[in-house]
Design a binder for this molecule. Structure first.
Ligand SMILES: Nc1ncnc2c1ncn2[C@@H]1O[C@H](COP(=O)(O)OP(=O)(O)OP(=O)(O)O)[C@@H](O)[C@H]1O
Ligand SMILES: [Mg+2]
Length: 820
């Protein structure tokens, strides 16, 4: 009863189990199969008894079952075997069969009890896993990269073949020692990154140098991703790759280098460009400066030409006007009351003409045509001698300072004009300092190395100069004022307060004196004007004690002697002769040079030749004087000129027995000069006849140029004859072809081209050299006649030096030009 009950309980439990439960007897036949058999196999459990169950097993699995079972049966041991049962739906499913022997209470073998568990699902999963694994391996082996995997703790458990190929490591060696393949310098960094990814689960990505089997390190990119368990979310493994990026890194580095290189080149180029630009700007500025200076010089030159021309004609007229007024006044000296009004009128007229004369003098001085008497001057003495006068001019509100260097050179300059220039500048400075200030006069030596040197007048030739600066602390000049300060008539002063001639006069004076002038001025910062005077190599003569504006004293005593007046302007001549006669001189007169020479020969008692510089008919005043002195060495000469262009030089061989008087002159000046000249001792030895001066035929249609050239040429010691066109020139030549030693031809003549005239001249006198004067660019002409030894070219405007140089080149003897 108890047995039956426990059997029933066993059956109940067994039937409720989700697995096949069976019991066999000692012969191996099944004696119990639970309900599960029926549930899955579809046949009643009873049909399983004995060998019945075998029909539900896949036949090919039976042998392996028997092998396990029989072995266990014989040994009375447990067994375990996996076989497939075919379910009722026809599906064969895996079961793990586990059996264990059973015994009774006296250890008699009773058979087996067993349990068959459906393991199909597990089997399938394992199979899937295996297949996946195989697939992964296949893929990873087929990849060109190194592929690896690791356990969640970071231990590597797989490398594909590439690793071995690359590093030479394999198997356990690779798994354990892979970190040694990483460059020592990259190891710590790599370890850190790997650790960080393991901790956070974030993608692992790092570049490091990986050692190849041959010891070469190449850059590699290592990358790894975690694979998660879908259910738990735990990291199952890491899968990683290493990609050789050596080429990319090299390219990247090359790119970086070339980028750096590019940047360097760009910045170099930029700098070069910048400096080129800077240079260009500087050059442009310099050029503009030079152009400005040139424009200024040309403007001054043009104004100079104009004013010079006007002043010249004016002076001749004024000579007549004022001379006659003077005579009129002298006659009106008598105390006749009814003449008083006429006298007042005449006096007014005289004052007017004096002022007109002053104006023309200023014009001439700007035009660089004033009669200057440059002499070696002790500049220090001159400046110090001016201090009193300057201080008086400046007034008490202005302090006068002098800064005079030791051993300042003497300068070749007209002392009187220099004094008046200083006075002019001082007056300007005073006007610019209405509330007082400081005026500084400084004196020093200055050597100019090259033309266009900074800080000096660009016109100045290289050489040695005395620098005389006058600077004030006054208002200074605006840019506009600075640009025009040297222009004649330019003034910012009220009408009547300034004529605008001060600076232009100083300018002209310095230019005529072969010196220079600079002007520095800024609004509110005062003004500095520096005068550059050419150094003199000679010892300065004592300055006349009269100082500024001193004029020879009016000759009190009556004139004594015979004077020959040579003047082509009839009015002027008449005035001069009358004046001289009134002074008590015996007077002879001539209208040109030849007439004068004739008179001189007939009248050996002539003491003094009073001649105009510009005379018609080829023999001008200068040439006349030379010829006259050649014949009469004791003769004194007084030149007069309305236009005296550098007639005299300090070392002139006419010496103390000649002088010059600018037109218009008054009787006092004339008397003074005459008295001084006539008082000079006559020379002891008679001068020998000088060699015949070379004679030049000057063919020039422009009157003013012809006059200027004549003066220049005569200064060079040449006799000059002029013609105003080609026809006239040929006439003159035909008359006496042997007379001329050189011919100078203006290229632009009114009737013919200068070149054609030159050919005719050559036909007549092949041995005579020819100079072309050209107003336009002379370079073409120069090129044409470059190889012709007998032809020279000078371009207008030319000066004495240029002419002298050309003449000497052509073998014509000239007197040297003064060094100022
Ligand atoms: N030292 C100076 N400071 C400031 N401005 C000056 C100075 N010197 C000359 N100027 C300016 O230059 C102009 C021209 O000077 P310039 O001496 O030629 O003529 P002026 O003084 O006006 O008249 P003038 O000298 O004929 O009586 C002046 O009107 C003035 O504007
Ligand atoms: Mg002035």
């Amino acid at each position: 009863m108890v047995v039956a009950e426990s059997e029933a309980r066993f059956k109940r439990i067994a039937d409720s189990a989700p697995a096949m439960i069976w019991v066999s007897d000692a012969e191996g036949r099944v004696i119990f199969a639970n309900r599960y058999y029926e549930t899955v196999l579809g046949a009643p459990a009873a049909t399983m008894l004995g060998d019945g169950w075998q029909r539900a097993v896949l036949p090919e699995d039976l042998p392996s079952f028997y092998t396990s079972f029989m072995t266990a049966f014989a040994a009375r041991r447990s067994f375990r075997v996996e076989i497939r049962f075919v379910h009722k739906d026809g599906e064969a499913r895996w079961y793990r069969c586990a059996g264990a022997p059973r015994y009774d209470s006296v250890d008699r073998f009773l058979g087996f009890t067993g349990c068959n568990l459906d393991i199909s699902e597990g089997k399938r999963a394992a199979e899937e896993l295996r297949r996946n694994e195989l697939r992964f391996r296949a893929i990873s082996e087929s990849m060109p990269q190194i592929v690896w995997s690791s356990l969640p703790d970071g231990r590597i458990d797989y490398f594909n073949q590439r690793w071995t190929e690359y590093t030479g490591q394999s198997g356990a060696d690779a798994v354990e020692n892979w970190p040694q393949m990483i460059h020592a310098g990259d190891r710590a960094r790599t370890q850190q990154a790997w650790q960080a990814s393991l901790e956070t689960g974030e993608t692992y990505e790092i570049e490091y140098r990986l050692r190849r089997h041959d010891g070469v390190y190449r850059w590699s990119l290592a990358r790894a991703l975690p694979v998660y368990d879908e259910i738990s979310g735990q990291i199952l493994r890491w899968f990683g790759t290493c990609t050789d990026i050596e080429d990319q890194v090299a390219a990247r580095q090359a790119l970086a280098r070339s980028q750096e290189e590019l940047e360097r080149v760009v910045s170099e180029r930029t700098a070069a460009l910048q400096s080129a630009n800077e240079q260009l700007r500087k050059e442009i500025a310099e050029r503009e400066h030079a152009e400005e200076a040139l424009r200024q010089a040309q403007k001054m030159e043009a104004i100079g030409q104009l004013t010079g021309g006007v002043a010249h004609d004016f002076n001749n007229l004024l000579t007549v006007i004022s001379g006659n007024l003077e005579r009129l006044l002298r006659r009106l000296d008598d105390d006749e009351p009814d003449l008083a009004r006429i006298r007042i009128a005449a006096e007014h007229a005289m004052r007017g003409s004096k002022r007109a004369a002053e104006l023309t003098e200023r014009l001439l001085s700007f035009a660089r045509r004033q009669p200057l008497r440059p002499r070696p001057v002790d500049t220090t003495q001159l400046v110090m001698g001016m201090v009193d006068l300057l201080q008086r001019t400046l007034g008490e509100q202005i302090q006068l300072k002098t800064e005079v260097d030791d051993d300042v050179w003497p300068a070749t300059v007209d002392a009187n004009h220099l004094e008046s220039a200083m006075l002019n500048l001082a007056v300007n400075a005073r006007d610019a300092m209405p509330d007082g200030g400081v005026l500084t006069v400084s004196l020093s030596n200055q050597t100019v190395e090259a033309t266009g040197s900074a800080d000096v007048d660009p016109d100045m030739a290289p050489g040695e100069y005395v620098r005389l600066c006058i600077s004030d602390t006054g208002t200074g000049m605006s840019q506009e004022t600075r640009a025009h300060a040297f222009d004649p008539f330019f003034t910012t002063k009220e009408i009547g307060a300034g004529t605008g001639f001060g600076l232009s006069q100083v300018y002209g004076f310095l230019k005529q004196s072969r010196g220079g002038i600079t002007l520095k001025s800024q609004m509110g910062e005062g003004t500095e004007i520096c005068l550059f005077l050419p150094r003199s190599r000679e010892d300065p003569k004592e300055l006349s004690t009269g100082g500024l504006g001193a004029t020879p004293a009016l000759a009190e005593k009556a004139g004594d002697g015979t004077i020959l007046v040579v003047e082509d302007d009839e009015d002027v001549r008449r005035h001069s002769t009358t004046l001289l006669a009134e002074m008590g001189y015996r007077v002879l007169e001539a209208g040109d040079g030849e007439g004068a020479l004739a008179l001189l020969r007939d009248n050996t008692d002539v003491d003094l030749l009073f001649t105009d510089v510009g005379l018609p008919g080829g023999l001008n005043g200068r040439a006349l004087a030379e010829r006259a002195i050649g014949e009469r060495p004791d003769l004194r000469v007084l030149f007069t000129s309305a236009y005296a262009h550098e007639v005299f030089k300090s070392e002139d061989n006419l010496g103390r027995r000649a002088d010059i008087l600018a037109k218009p002159f008054d009787s006092a000046l004339l008397a003074g000069r005459l008295a001084t000249l006539l008082a000079e001792e006559p020379p002891v030895a008679k001068r020998s006849e000088p060699a015949r001066a070379p004679v030049i035929l000057l063919v020039e249609d422009e009157m003013l140029i012809s006059m200027l050239a004549t003066e220049l040429l005569e200064e060079l010691g040449l006799g000059v004859e002029t013609a105003t066109n080609a026809a006239q020139a040929m006439d003159v030549l035909a008359q006496d072809p042997g007379r001329f030693d050189v011919v100078m031809i203006d290229i632009g003549l009114p009737d013919r081209h200068g070149g054609e005239l030159a050919e005719d001249v050559r036909a007549l006198r092949p041995e005579v050299p020819i100079i072309f004067a050209s107003g336009r660019s002379s370079s073409e002409l120069e090129e044409t006649y470059r190889h012709d030894q007998m032809i020279g070219v000078v371009s207008k405007p030319y000066d004495g030096r240029a002419l002298a140089a050309k003449l000497s080149e052509l073998g014509v003897a000239v007197r040297s030009v003064a060094p100022f």
